[in-house]
Ligand binder design. Structure first.
Ligand code: SAM
Length: 237
């Protein structure tokens, strides 16, 4: 399913290599994604080269910009069909990954891929706003990831509460998000975060991407995250 040559040549400029075992796990995931997508909508991207680039290479590139320690606790917020969390986990099975999504069926799909690839992780069927207020999940993680879930202001409210002090939140964005980040400045500070890096790059020619990395520098006030209706009605601006 995956175009191996394309994956290898896209990752090479980032100094990333994948071994045969990793490629096999990713390929199993890609096959299951496209097959399951025939009966349950998981992705609009189904052409092998597009899947290779826009899902798999896109998520693997995070490994260049994040130094994730061995056995780190990671939560992928709004993971959907598993992006970026499942790609990261299949490349780095040492990670302690939690997949969070409000749609149970998508988590069911991730569970099937985990079983097929013989890898363990936690599946968490909750809204981020609820999980962030639960002592079991609040300030427990080294890293939060999110791709295509919400704007930076609301994402910061969803994601920063999960982090331990010193932990990081990596938001994967398309290129045009400078304005969005400016608007989120107040929310990031209020929620205990600081913008550490903004990385702009081309995944390949014509596919610009941005990764925003926030660091947790102080505790998130207990009133955050607020219930979803409040976040929608009164974003922190
Ligand atoms: N991250 C995946 C990707 O890049 O392909 C999925 C993106 S999809 C557009 C957004 C996902 O976030 C959906 O699966 C949705 O159910 C989930 N989601 C949105 N808001 C959420 C929330 N507040 N708590 C948990 N999941 C949420």
């Amino acid at each position: 399913m995956l175009n191996k040559e394309l994956l290898v040549s896209t990752l090479a400029p980032f100094g990333l290599e994948i071994d045969e075992g990793c490629f096999k796990r990713l390929d199993t995931y890609a096959e299951m994604l496209v097959k399951t997508n025939e009966s349950f909508n998981l992705t609009a991207i189904t052409e092998p080269d597009d899947v290779t680039l826009k899902h798999f290479a896109d998520c693997l590139v995070l490994l260049k910009y994040l130094d994730i320690k061995n056995g780190a606790k990671v939560i992928d917020v709004g993971t959907g069909a598993g992006f970026p969390g499942l790609v990261l986990l299949l490349a780095r099975p040492d990670l302690k990954m939690t997949f969070l999504d409000s749609t149970r069926k998508k988590l069911g799909f991730i569970g099937e891929v985990l079983e097929a690839c013989n890898v363990n992780a936690e599946l968490l069927h909750m809204r981020a706003e609820e999980a962030g207020q639960s002592p079991e999940y609040r300030e427990r993680f080294d890293l939060t990831t999110a791709r295509a879930v919400s704007n930076m202001t609301n994402l910061s409210e969803y994601c920063l509460p999960f982090l331990k002090m010193g932990g990081r939140f990596a938001a994967m964005k398309s290129a045009e998000t400078t304005e969005e980040l400016l608007q989120a400045k107040k929310a990031i500070g209020l929620l205990g975060g600081k913008t550490e890096k903004e990385i702009d790059f081309n995944l390949t020619e014509g596919i610009p991407r941005k990764i925003i990395i926030l660091k947790k520098i102080s505790q998130t006030p207990t009133k955050y995250p607020r219930p979803s209706a409040k976040i929608a009605k009164n974003p922190i601006i």
